[in-house]
Design a protein around this ligand. Sequence first.
Ligand SMILES: [Zn+2]
Length: 681
Amino acid sequence: MQLRLRTKQLWTVLAWTILAVAATRPASTNSDASEIDISIKPGDDFYRYANGEWLRTNTIPEGRSSYDTRAMLAEKTSARVADLMETAASAPAAPGTIAQKVGDYYSSFLDQRSIEARGFSPLADEMARIAAIGDKTSLSAYLGSTLNSEVEGLTANADHVFGIWINQGFEDPEHNVPHLWQGGLGMPDRDDYLDPSPPMAALRDRYRAHIRAVFELIGEADSRNKAARILSLEIRIAQAFAPDSDSADVFKQNNPWKRADFESKAPGLDWGAYLQSAGLAEQRDFIVWQPSAVIGISALVGSESIEVWKDYLRFHLLEHYSSVLPKALAAEHFAFYGTIMSGAQQMSDRRKEAVAATNGALGQAVGQLYTQRYFPPEAKRRAQAMAKDLITAYHSHISHLTWMSPQTRLKALAKLDALEVKVGYPDVWMDYSPLEVARGDAFGNMRRAEAFNRSRNLARLKQPVDPIEWPINPQTPGAVIMFSPNAEFFAAAILEPPYFDSQGDAASNYGSSGAAMAHEITHSFDELGNIYDAQGRLENWWTAEDRAKYREAGEKLVEQFNRYCPFRDLCGNGKQVLSENIADLAGLSVAHDAYVLSLKGNPDVTIDGLNGEQRFFLAFAKRWRKLQTETALREQLKRDIHAPGEYRSDTVRNVDAWYDEYKATTGDKLYLKPEDRVRIW
Ligand SMILES: [Zn+2]
C-alpha cells in the first residue's frame, strides 16, 4: 500500500463452522468492544462511537504528526523482525540454512569494527576495473555490468545507467522481457537538477560539495574539479530524462524496441559491449520506458570525456556501497541524503539499517522465519477462505452492475476469474542455496546478494511468466496490486490484529481486512485497472459510455464528501478522493456480502453483546482510527487522494445493513434517505 504512483500503473477466506468456533473460541483480540464510546449515538458519529475510547487514551508519539492502526502495526512488525534477526545472529545455525544466512548478514552489517578495519580495500578490484577503462567499448561494458536487476520493479530511478526490471510484456503476457528505464542520477528527481529556482540551485551546490567530500575521504586528487564535472554530467543526464508527467501515463512507457533499434535510434554507447556484460547479449526484444533517456544518455557516452565518466563511476560506486564501508562515508552520505534532502536530524539507528539491509538482501528467507513464528498455516487457510468469499461476492456484484455495458461486464468477469489473490506468503519459497553469506564480510555479502538477485532475475527471461511470483515480502505490512500480471498480494504482516486475527472473530476480520482486500480488488476493475485486461495486457477494456456512466454514478459520492467540513475554512474535496472513496464503498459492501456468504445460512454468535453484523461494521470503523495534528489533517484534505479516516469510516452510511444494525434513523447526522445512498460496484 506504500507504493509510488508509477508502481500503481503497473501493478500502481474458510469453511468456518460457527458452532464449533463458538464452543472453543479463544480470547479474541480483534472484536474488543471496550473501546466503544457508548455516550455517542452510532447514527450521529459512527467513527467516534467505535473509537472514542481509543482516541481519548492514545497520543501522537513525539516527533510525529499522526498515529494510527497502520503505524501501530508497523511498530509491532519491526520489533518482531528485528527480534528474529537478533535471534538468528546470536544462535548460529547450521551452515547453509536460511537462519545462518539471515543471522550472518545481519550481524556482519552491525560489525563495524570489521568494516572499519577493511577500510576501502573491498572496492579495490572494482576501482581497478574502472581505472582500466580506456575507450568507449570498455566504458560501455562497464556500464552494462552495473545494470543490476531491480528485484521488484518498484524502483522509480536506478542509481546506475538504466534500471532494468524483468516482467511480462505490455502486449505479450506470455513472455518476460526486460523493461529498461531511466537511471544514473544521484539525486532522486529530474527537477533537482533542472529547476532554476534559488533553493534548487543551492541544493545542487550542496550535492557538488557532497561529491567532493566523498572523494576526499578516499584521498582522490583534484576532487573539487571532479565534483563539478560529475554534477555537470548528471545535469545533462537529467535533461534526457522524461518529464515526471510522462511517468503517470503507462501508454507512453510502452515502447517496444528490437535489439537493432538501440544502434539506430540511440547511437553513442557501444550497445554490443553493454548488453553483453549486462547478460542480455541474446535478448531480441526490450521495452524502453523513456526513449529520451536511453537516446540522451547513450549520446553522452559517445560525446563526454572518458575521464569524466570514470570519475562519475568511482563516485557512484562509493555511494552505492556506503552502508558497508567505513563510517565516515556513511556519515557523509547521511549529511547529504538524510539532513539536506530529507531534513532528518539524526542518523537512524544502525540496527534499523541492518534490519532493512537484511530484508532487502534476503527478503523471503526472513519471510520464512517470520511466517514460521507468526503466521501459521491456519492463518493462511482462513485468509484464503476469506479471499475466496470476497471473489464470490464480487462476482455477484459485477454481474448486477447497471452502469457497465453487457460486453464490458463480460470482460470484467473474465478478469475477475483470472485474478490471482495471494495471501500470507508464497506457496513456493525462493531458493537461496546458491547465495553464500559469510559472517564478518558485510561488503561481500551485499555484493553477492546483488549478484544472486541479478542472475535470478535474468534467468526469468528464459522462464515462463509466473503470475504468482511475490513482489512483496511476507514480513512487510502491506499489499501489492499488480495489474500486469493480474494478481494481488496481501503479506502476512498486514494480516494481523487489529485487521485480521487468525484465531479471532470472523465478522471482525471481514469488516476490517476483508473490506481492505475488496478495496484493492476494486482497483483492478476501476479507472486504475481498466487499462489492463485479464492477462495484464495493456488495453482499455471500458467503452466511452461505461466511463461516462461510471463518472455520473460517482457524482453523488463527490457531493457527499464535499459536505464534510472539519474546519470552518476547509472542507473535503470530493473529486480528489473519489476514486479511493469508491473503492472504500465497494470494499465495504462486497466484504459485507462475503461475510454473509461465510455464515452459510447459520447465525453468528454474540460477543460482548454485539451480533456478527454489528461487529462487522464496528471493525470497519476501527480500521480508520487515527490521531493527527491539525496541520497534518489540513495537508491531507488538500493533497491526499485518500480521505481522512473519519470520513472513510462514514462510508457505512451508504450501506442498508448498517442502518438495520445500528438503528440509524431520520434526524441522525449520518442518516441518508435510501435514494441518497450510493452504490457503484
Ligand atoms: Zn485504494
